[in-house]
Write a protein that binds this ligand. Structure first.
Ligand code: PEP
Length: 257
């Protein structure tokens, strides 16, 4: 597992391969010779090959935003783990809330994808999080228990050492309204308690849990100082050089773990 803190950039459906490569070299120039957290770029599939070519000279990691659970076949529009590995992918985001809600991915689909990723010795970034009405009806724990239990079905203790969790409350993603530190701390504690019940104290304590949801340079300092936060999964702000490098510096300067 890469060292904590971890900052993962989810570029969603943004940036062409040329724009992605340009962003990487500009970021690298900005951060040159500075100490950094571990940084994972998750661009669209079309950029993976080109970004991998320049990433091998830089100290960043490459991730995909999704994968299909079959190896090959008549699955128009889908992509397999072999294809991702051949582009140098080391991480795969699984169960992002946009996949769950727009593309109707179930916990069962997500579970199959986690197994598929782990079979290739690649690291899943497993996203979980409650919707606003779950939070308002005090159902956050119930939702997290279900997502973790069903998403991790059949995943044993050894396999857990390759998983990164991203806690991303749905109401905070892309809305400009981040969860405040005490909400984040409470949810990360809940996740560790659930993992203690499902696995062991070591797994619950050691697993990296990233926070995601409207992280920006101006809230990143207090969020990274929050107990139990091992880094961030960042959407919008990871597309902008100044914002992303500002967050990276705050993570580096303020990380507790
Ligand atoms: C995300 O897409 O995972 C995310 C957290 O987006 P944003 O940072 O834009 O809220």
């Amino acid at each position: 597992m890469i060292p904590k803190p971890i900052v993962a950039a989810n570029w969603k459906m943004h940036k062409t391969p040329q724009e992605g490569v340009k962003f990487l070299s500009e970021l690298n120039n900005l951060l040159l010779d500075k100490e950094m957290p571990s940084i994972i770029f998750c661009p669209p599939f079309t950029s993976l090959f080109h970004m991998n070519e320049i990433l091998s000279d830089l100290e960043y990691f490459l991730g995909a935003q999704n994968v299909y659970f079959e190896n090959e076949g008549a699955f128009t529009g889908e992509i397999s783990m072999n294809m991702l590995v051949s582009c140098g992918v080391q991480y795969v985001i699984i169960g992002h809330s946009e996949r769950r809600h727009i593309f109707k991915e179930s916990n069962n689909d997500i579970n199959k994808k986690i197994h598929t990723v782990l079979k290739q010795e690649i690291f899943p970034i497993f996203c979980i999080g409650e919707k606003l009405d779950d939070r308002e009806t005090n159902n956050t724990r119930k939702v997290l228990v279900k997502q973790l239990e069903e998403g991790l079905l059949g995943i044993n203790k050894d396999m857990m050492s390759k998983i990164i969790i991203a806690y991303e409350p749905v109401w905070a993603i892309g809305t400009g309204i981040n969860a405040v530190p005490n909400q984040v701390e409470e949810s990360h504690d809940m996740i560790r308690e659930i993992l203690l019940d499902l696995y062991s104290m070591n797994i619950a304590n050691d697993i990296p849990i990233l926070y995601g949801g409207s992280v920006k340079p101006d809230n990143s300092e207090e969020l990274i100082k929050t107990k139990g936060v091992d880094g961030f999964l960042i959407g919008g702000a990871s597309l902008n050089l100044e914002m992303f490098s500002g967050i990276i510096e705050n993570v580096h300067n303020n990380s507790m773990r």
